[in-house]
Every structure is written in structure tokens, then in C-alpha cells.
Design a protein around this ligand. Sequence first.
Ligand code: SAM
Ligand code: SF4
Length: 339
Amino acid sequence: MKERQYREDAGGIRDSQGRLIDYLRVSVTDRCNLRCIYCMPEEGVEWRAHEDMLSFEELLRCCRVMAAMGIQKIKVTGGEPLVRRGTAGFIAALKALPGIRQVTLTTNGLLLEGELEGLRAAGLDGVNISLDSLEGETFRRITRRDGHEGILRVIRRAAAAGLLVKVNCVPLRGINDHELAAIAGLAREEVAAVRFIELMPLGKAFSYEPLTGEEIAAILERRYGKLNPFAGKLGNGPARYYSAEGFSGVIGFISPLSRCFCESCNRFRLTSQGVLKPCLSSGIGVDLRAPLRSGADDGVLREAVADAAARKPAQHTFLAPAGTEDAESRPREMFRIGG
Ligand code: SAM
Ligand code: SF4
């Protein structure tokens, strides 16, 4: 019999490398109200049929099974999670699952204002708001839509409402790199953290050039002085945090290419179609939808989760040269996987 690769008694799922998987990103939709140039095509996206998407009940069942196996923290994402009606109710249900200690949300912020109260009432533990530009023209160039002012407003409102707010920014060379210091400035007094995420070469992102964490740090130090490593704990992920003189919040760097963190990767991703993906850069995925819809019991779902753990690659393949099998098998559509 195949050796089980998870250990419930250890408080988490162990993958084949011995890494503890206790964090799940759940995508509730592949639809979005922006069209960020590095994430989605401008036109011609083929939406998956509604019936192919897992219902909230089905997503919840997957999460309940994984929580019993050791998942403790869940991030709700998309596409844009707030375009799906009922996301706040789903978050409340996740919060009630035995074993789940934290539920957070990643959003582009466009629809957040109207949802703030519901999300707070649902018990949301924090929100990551993506914002790549503070300027109307650059924001439009990146997202192909308007809306930066509303997002800035809701960032302030969410923080004032007591939510833990982090801002995520993807620096793009020659596009928004002139305003990274201004974006970092939101951590002076407005938000708990501003994080700069290195652009990963998936799908549309191939056309754009990332900045490394080191380059961004140099830009910020020219404006704000020395960045000092932040010793406190913030979040579940791979961000390295720094504080700057006069800042109440911190500045984070998530640098999968220039500072690979696969060794300590603790996450799975569940797509809105019900595919459990052990690694963002790989085509590997385990289908949970078929067993869910064929009346399988929880044991079958646990086997599928264990299979995903056993097949989690040791390292991402983002640096594999174009044309190689590793590069060719990379997923092309970040918005379908959930970032
Ligand atoms: N729509 C929501 C949002 O924008 O926050 C949630 C989904 S989005 C896919 C999650 C995050 O992934 C966003 O912060 C986005 O900037 C980031 N992202 C998308 N494509 C990326 C890429 N190729 N490399 C790095 N980050 C990317
Ligand atoms: Fe939509 Fe988020 Fe992708 Fe932008 S990054 S297109 S907001 S899913």
C-alpha cells in the first residue's frame, strides 16, 4: 500500500520533502473586474461554465477535510473573490471550521467598500489589497480599467475599521518603478505592510520585466534611509519584512526568483474548478471535483490530498529556460489559480 505522506498527529500535512503544509489558498472564481496586463488577456478570456465551478458547499467540504488533516490558515482569492456573490458568507463558514485559526482575503479592492461590514462581521482576520499604482494613468495602463482612487479610499477605510491591511504591489520595470517609494509610503501610517512581489513568469507576465527585491530596497533606501530587518512575525508566507525610520507599518519583499523560498513552502492552492495544486509553477494538480460529485466519502478526498502532498515538487521551475519541458508545463493563467 502506498505510504501516506501526511501526518495528522503532527498538526499538518507533510509533503514528500518533509515540509509541513498548513496553509491553503482557495480561489472562489476565475472571473475578475480588472484585466491586469501581467495576469489576464485584454479580451477573449474563456470563462469556465458556472456548473464547472465548485459551489461554496463543495469548497467548504474540501476545506473541512483539509482542516482535519492539518490546514490551519486559509486565504480566499480569485480571480477577484468579491465578484462572486456570497464570499463574505463563505468566509464566515470557513471561520467556523474546526482547526481553522485564520482566514484572510486577497482582493483588488474595487468592490471592497460595500463588503467591509459583512467581512468584518464574518470575522475576517486580514485583507491583502493589490495596488500597483497611485497614478490614474499608470493604474489604467496596468489594469486596463479605472479605479485607483476608490481603492486608496477603501485601503484607508479598511484600516480605520480595524482590519489588518497589507498592500501588495508587483513592480514592473519601466511601468510603475518610478512610484515604488510613494507606494511604500502607505506603510508610514496607513497600513500594516506594503509588500513588493517579484513578477513570476506565468502566462502574460512573460512580456514584462520584474525588479528584484534588492533593486526595490535600493530605491526605497534612497528615499527613506536604511531598511532594518523586522524581527516580529507577520503573516504565513515567505515575505521578508523591514522597518524604516518613521514608519508604523513594515515593508515586505516576496522574491521567489531572486531569493527562492521553496524550501520552506507551506501551501496548497485549490482552484475554483476543484483542482488541488501543490505548486504554482507546475502543471501538477489533483482533481477533487470528480470525487466530490460522485458521492465519494471523506476518505477518498483525504487520499487525493495526500496524493497532492506526495507530488509537491521540491522547487519551482520559474527559472527553467524557455522551450524546456519544465517551462512549457507551467500554468499560463494566474487568475485561474489564485495567485
Ligand atoms: N484579484 C485579486 C488581487 O488582485 O489581489 C486576487 C487574485 S490575484 C491573482 C493575487 C495576486 O497575484 C495579486 O496581488 C497580483 O498582483 C498577483 N499576481 C498576478 N500575477 C502575478 C505574477 N505573474 N507574478 C506575481 N504576482 C502576480
Ligand atoms: Fe484580476 Fe487580480 Fe489578476 Fe489583476 S491580478 S487581473 S485584479 S485576478
